[in-house]
Design a protein around this ligand. Structure first.
Ligand code: CTP
Length: 472
């Protein structure tokens, strides 16, 4: 077989070939599975295309196994799915199709293998391996997909205008594959993307986000993010990122280009984590800068409060991309809000109380926050970078020693609001909140110890100043 498959995969493909022979039809493995096998990437999905009815083939294949796997199928689309071993196999009849201009829904007609290969997005995704008796295992490659894989090129099999106009999501896919595989995009194909940017509007936000997430999860996300920017797609899907681009000069003073700085931070963090949400935090950490940019005479450019403004933008951006509005969004928002705090702790004379406050505010996300802060160092000056990193190491030690003695991380003050209400016979009201905050502040500032007795005594003193006495 042209591709290098495991024993189990070979066993499964033989069964499929046998089923096709029983039906007197031809079938092929096609698309991502063939591409990934040639590239030596892991893959658990195989697409099978046959000349005829994909659903009938799936049922015939299922019967080759004992016990027979369940066949799920969609009559309208003519597709069927089975899971054999841990391989997800999708069956479909070869087709030719043309898309209507305002929709992604194609008009589909049965076609030959080559018709089917032609309607696919890229030549590297149009490679097929035969499962037919006459040429079992042979590569069928009418569009030089193999050459494109060797040359590391993303290219459409047809005129790119047609391929992208048929399905504009493919513009995102081209850039995503370039980022994931570190391939370049063929010039003609690239121009096709630029010509069809506006067509991205007919694609659902969820699918765009899916591709954006895959770009963010790639080894060097800046490749894909920069291509999104250069093509003009980013202007349409994520205008807030565009506002970061460019450096302005006044009185001979400039500021860095925050777009390319952000890309560098995302690449830096990608070396330390595969966590999508931490990568999102890196992408959004400076998103509040354009809105807070000021020029102060004699001083230069400032972005005061950009972390607060940026934090406020996070829920809106998550909603726009249909990203989850749950703890993942709150994690990203928190990291954006806190991303300057560890830097402020690298100055001299930092008190334990400042360290305690950061532990309290960051809670369990303190390590993620430190990872983000380190990634945020993008200076080209090696000595400067070393100084920053050494300072962060010091902050880390301080965080560890304060945490060890005070246990502030994920800490709840020893006296709760309910207890205050009960002791003073109060309904929920501002005074309860004031007393609770005063106790928390006193502990964080180190004025009283972090235990119940100290907090109780302090509560009584604070309440007395508000003319409150315990009811029992
Ligand atoms: N395909 C296409 N146009 C699309 C999506 C998919 O032509 N918009 C074709 C490609 O031939 C692709 C195959 O359908 O290889 C399977 O698509 P999919 O499973 O989405 O992608 P893969 O190429 O397998 O890659 P990945 O799993 O990384 O998304």
């Amino acid at each position: 077989m042209f591709i290098d498959c495991s024993e189990k995969e070979r066993f499964i493909f033989k069964k499929i070939a046998h089923a096709a022979e029983q039906l007197g039809t031809e079938c092929y493995i096609i698309g991502g599975f063939v591409r990934d096998k040639i590239l030596g990437r892991k893959t658990k999905d195989a697409d099978i295309v046959c000349l005829g009815d994909g659903i009938e083939l799936a049922h015939t294949v299922a019967r080759q196994f004992t016990p027979s796997p369940k066949v799920s199928f969609f009559k309208n689309f003519g597709t069927a799915h089975i899971k054999a071993d841990d391989l997800d196999i999708e069956f479909v009849g070869a087709r030719k199709e043309s898309y209507r201009y305002h929709s992604r829904k194609p008009e589909v007609m049965p076609g030959t293998l080559e018709d089917d290969q032609k309607r696919r997005d890229f030549t590297i995704n149009a490679l097929a391996v035969s499962l037919s008796k006459a040429n079992y295992g042979a590569l069928i490659d009418p569009f030089e997909g193999m050459k494109a894989l060797e040359e590391k090129i993303i290219r459409t099999p047809l005129d790119p205008d047609q391929t992208f106009s048929d399905d504009p999501l493919r513009m995102m896919r081209a850039i995503r594959f370039a980022s994931q595989l570190q391939f370049s995009i063929d010039e003609n194909t690239w121009n096709g993307i630029k010509n069809n940017i506006e067509r991205i509007h007919i694609i659902s936000r969820e699918r765009i986000t899916d591709e954006l997430n895959k770009i963010l999860l790639s080894k060097k996300p800046s490749v894909g993010l920069d291509l999104l920017y250069q093509s003009g797609l980013l202007h349409v899907i994520f205008p807030q990122m565009i506002d970061l681009a460019g450096a302005e000069y006044k009185d001979g003073m400039g500021h860095k280009d925050n777009f390319y700085h952000t890309l560098q931070v995302v690449d830096n963090i990608a070396e330390h984590t595969d966590d999508l949400w931490l990568r999102w935090a890196a992408l959004l950490h400076d998103i509040g800068k354009p809105a807070t940019k000021r020029f102060e005479e004699g001083h230069g450019w400032t972005f005061h409060g950009h972390e607060v403004v940026g934090g406020r933008m996070v829920p809106k951006i998550f909603a726009r991309f249909r990203l989850p509005m749950d703890h993942k969004m709150r994690f990203v928002k928190k990291l954006v809000e806190l991303h300057l705090r560890p830097i402020s702790l690298t100055k001299e004379n930092i008190t334990d109380s400042a360290i305690r406050r950061l532990l309290f505010d960051a809670g369990d996300d303190i390590d993620a926050l430190m990872t983000l802060c380190k990634a945020d160092i993008t200076s080209k000056n090696k000595q400067k970078v070393k100084r920053y990193l050494d300072n962060f190491e010091m902050v880390r030690h301080r965080l560890e020693s304060v945490e060890e003695s005070d246990r502030i991380r994920n800490w709840q003050p020893p006296v709760t609001g309910e207890m205050i209400m009960e002791i003073f016979g109060l309904p929920p009201c501002k005074q309860v909140g004031d007393i609770k905050n005063a106790i928390r502040e006193a502990i964080l500032d180190g004025h009283i110890e972090n235990n119940y007795d100290a907090a109780y005594d302090f509560m009584l003193t604070t309440a007395r100043a508000l003319n409150l006495e315990p009811v029992k």
